[in-house]
Design a protein around this ligand. Structure first.
Ligand SMILES: [Zn+2]
Length: 81
């Protein structure tokens, strides 16, 4: 499950938001200053698939799946195993 972190543009508070359904509208409100202005930041804690500073970036490899087509394989290093 993707967890995104958002930073309040007013006071810098970081909040986490778990997206069960990506289609759901997102309502964000800062618990500190009640601002609704946020920017998305990449989570560095619980979800390692993002391009975080730890270097756990998914890498895309291609492998041949027959003579006329190619299959794409997403390799995710780390705890996803
Ligand atoms: Zn705030």
């Amino acid at each position: 499950m993707p967890i995104y972190e958002f930073k309040c543009l007013e006071c810098g508070e970081i909040i986490e938001k778990l997206f069960l359904n990506p289609e759901d509208p997102v309502e964000l409100k800062c618990p500190k200053c009640s601002s609704e202005s946020f920017e998305r930041v990449l989570s560095t804690t619980s979800y390692a698939m993002g391009a975080g500073p730890g270097g756990n970036q998914p890498k895309l490899t291609t492998k041949s799946c027959g003579s006329s087509s190619q299959c794409m394989t997403l390799e995710i290093p780390g705890p996803a195993k």
